[in-house]
Design a protein around this ligand. Structure first.
Ligand SMILES: [Zn+2]
Length: 347
């Protein structure tokens, strides 16, 4: 009798501790503490190896942290431990994301097809729809033309106004090589480079204006008249360091500086603010308050200036682009750099 009672107490304690670990896990998720999610998830599956929530939580957190290869074994196991539709849906969607990002597009497509067979939750369905549109898996891409080079897979919508596609492709492949000669990044896959017929078409399908990149997935969606290098530079610079922290001024400065046009960037920056004085520190810290028309040209000129001062320090800055990190990298020089640039810009 005592033995049974002890067993009941033991099971009860075990359940409560498992429950509290899971609620801690979901709190860590809400607080975006993904390393903690992984740590707690591993505790959960240590005592209960087939626990779906533990396995899926770990896989999702690894995907968010761009550790896609680490996510896969947990997600495969989560899929095998699923018994409800929503569980199959989530496991398949996360696997689709992991495999796509490591460049196994065929497997990602298989998981996409599988995930369509299950009735997911509201959130999983939303994520599936978003990724299918982003990755080019959706039916909307059925009649698109695909061409592949060493580092880029081009996807052309029918009816683009590009007269010479071969030239278009060669120029962008060359832009990739030029830009990565600078960064020497290791991208996990080729860039999927979507070229839309028009911005209106993209808005109709994606509900979003062109052009933009999702460097996490090595993806760009482009208008047919964008510069050769801007979006490619976003993808390459992201993969300098997968734990990167980005800032609008530096990130867009990279896009503009590496756009492969040959222009006087400081003149362009000055022309963007004819009747205004700008402090680059303000743009760095509160970049979101400024319009694209003002921020982009100034950012391009500033990045050009930083690279001309010290390439190695600039590469360090690309990994964590915050103003605070710049203070660590440039030390007391930073104030001088900023005042010198402000002086030239507002002359
Ligand atoms: Zn950009």
């Amino acid at each position: 009798m005592t033995k049974i009672l002890l067993q009941i107490i033991f099971i009860a304690i075990f359940c409560v501790s498992g429950y509290s670990q899971k609620s801690e896990m979901s709190n860590a998720f809400k607080n975006k503490e993904f390393e903690k999610v992984i740590e707690l998830g591993k505790q959960v599956i240590q005592s209960e190896p087939n626990d779906f929530d533990g396995l899926l939580g770990i896989g999702k957190a690894y995907n968010i942290l761009n550790e896609f290869n680490d996510a896969i074994p947990y997600l495969e196991k989560a899929k095998n431990c699923s018994d409800k539709d929503w569980q199959y849906a989530w496991a398949n969607i996360e696997l689709m994301e992991s495999y796509y990002t490591i460049g196994n597009i065929k497997k990602a497509q298989e998981f996409y097809e599988n995930s369509l067979k299950y009735k997911g939750t509201k959130n999983s369905t939303k994520k599936l729809r978003g990724l299918a549109l982003l990755f080019g898996f959706d039916k909307a891409y059925e009649d698109w033309e695909t061409k592949e080079t060493k580092n880029i897979i081009f996807h052309f919508q029918n009816g683009t106004l590009i007269s010479d596609k071969e030239q278009y492709i060669t120029e962008r492949q060359k832009a990739f090589s030029n830009i990565n000669t600078f960064f020497k990044s290791n991208l996990p896959k080729k860039i999927d480079f979507f070229v839309w017929k028009s911005n209106d078409e993209a808005i109709k399908v994606l509900n979003k204006s062109l052009g933009f990149s999702k460097p996490k997935y090595c993806i760009s969606h482009n208008r047919d008249n964008q510069t050769k290098g801007h979006e490619i530079a976003h993808n390459i610079s992201f993969w300098l360091d997968k734990t990167n922290k980005r800032n609008r001024l530096i990130n867009e400065g990279i896009g503009v500086y590496f756009d492969q046009t040959n222009t006087n960037r400081l003149e362009k920056a000055k022309n963007a603010i004819p009747n205004q004085k700008i402090d680059i520190k303000e743009l760095w810290i509160n970049g979101n308050k400024f319009s694209e028309q003002i921020l982009y040209p100034i950012a391009g000129a500033f990045v050009e200036y930083l690279i001309s001062l010290d390439k190695e320090k600039f590469i360090e800055l690309c990994k964590n682009q915050s103003y605070e990190n710049a203070e660590l990298i440039y030390g007391t020089e930073l104030e001088k750099i900023i005042s010198e640039f402000n002086k030239n810009l507002n002359k």
